[in-house]
Write a protein that binds this ligand. Structure first.
Ligand code: BGC
Length: 352
């Protein structure tokens, strides 16, 4: 019998020589999830198909240097703010904060050296039916332009039911904004045998945020009914992706925040018929950004030699509404000193 375990190993070095460690969380059926201390990146998730064969279901790169400053944000813990802050600035009370522009005139995924590009402290966690890694980072006041010293933690746990839980917490000493997500690119075929267009996706969302050509919310909230954005019943990811539709054109595919209905435990599911793998996602967050890997470049050789390409995998980024601090129609998400930001998402891997 395989025992629940954490195996720490050397994952190589960043270009400045920093040594990076991998923490492999193995459950008692041999499934495993690996996390590195650079960017809190999930580098691999090996779970069984319907025949019991363990294969990787996320995009994996073989070397930490390949993850460095990677514009695809493969597997990363994204923060302080996931998604775009319009015009790379925001206001809290009378103070205007200016961020780095790294997506045209906007700021994306916390700026040039956001949480996905820093080294985290790691504490191993063990219990009777799960193993985990608790990552901590101290983000200084005005780092990347954000106000307030922020103590942030990301707790990854993997249990004997093939459930990966990610819990984020953060506390600041000044009013600030925090919205974190995980940027794993899922492909349930296992080892990327096919792209994700034939995966079946369900998102329990009646509404989606309309985006402009820069992928910034316009302020309009659209009904998904009768549009390519209706995933309320399982639908192939590729079924409507090439339809004539302004929103799909703006996103070069799906790159949109769906507003979760919040009336079911599992609001998102992804299924690959051939392998029988099913991923169910439960979250306490208000939205999920479906990003269908529309701009994965061909520059990467994945861990098993497969070349990266568009639509090879997709992200389901559970999070608070993007750009909320600048959006009049959305409630803001200012974190106040003394309060604790929390967000939790569970990824359940099953077979059908
Ligand atoms: C964003 C995309 C972006 C991608 C990679 C996603 O979360 O929504 O617009 O291209 O990350 O950076």
């Amino acid at each position: 019998m395989i025992l629940l375990d954490i195996i720490k190993s050397n994952f190589g070095n960043l270009s400045d020589g920093s040594q990076i460690f991998k923490y492999k969380l193995i459950n008692n059926s041999g499934s495993f999830v690996s996390i590195i201390n650079y960017g809190g990146i999930i580098t691999e998730i090996f779970v069984p198909d319907k025949e019991g064969k363990l294969e990787n279901v996320v995009i994996s790169l073989p070397d930490p240097k390949k993850y460095e400053n990677n514009d695809c944000y493969f597997g990363a813990a994204v923060g302080r703010i996931a998604g775009r802050i319009s015009n790379a600035s925001f206001k809290i009370e009378d103070d205007i904060y200016v961020l780095e522009k790294n997506s045209g005139k906007h700021s994306l995924h916390g700026g040039l050296k956001g949480f996905s590009r820093v080294i985290w402290d790691v504490k191993e966690v063990k219990d009777t039916d799960f193993v985990g890694a608790e990552l901590s980072f101290f983000s200084k006041d005005m780092e990347n332009g954000f106000p307030g010293n922020l103590n942030v933690k990301v707790l990854y746990t993997f249990n004997n039911n093939n459930e990966l839980n990610i819990k984020y917490t953060a506390a600041a000493d000044k009013k600030t904004i925090v919205n974190m997500t995980n940027h794993s690119y899922f492909n349930l075929c296992g080892d990327y045998k096919e792209d994700i267009l034939s995966h079946y996706l369900t998102i329990n969302a009646d509404k989606v945020l309309e985006l402009d050509q820069d992928l910034i919310p316009t302020g309009n909230i659209l009904s998904v009914a009768g549009t390519p954005f209706d995933f309320r019943n399982a639908k192939m990811v590729g079924a409507d992706i090439n339809k004539e539709d302004t929103q799909l054109k703006n996103g070069h595919g799906y790159d949109h925040p769906f507003i979760l209905n919040k009336d079911k435990d599992t609001e998102i599911s992804l299924y690959d018929k051939r392998s029988g793998r099913l991923l169910e996602i439960a979250t306490d967050q208000k939205s999920v950004v479906l990003y269908t890997g529309n701009s994965i470049t061909n520059d990467f050789t994945l861990y098993n030699g497969v070349k990266s390409r568009d639509r090879l995998a997709l992200c389901l980024e559970t999070q608070y509404y993007p750009d909320a601090v600048n959006q009049k129609n959305l409630p803001s998400n200012i974190l106040i000193p003394g309060e604790i930001y929390t967000a939790a998402t569970t990824y359940r891997f099953k077979v059908l």
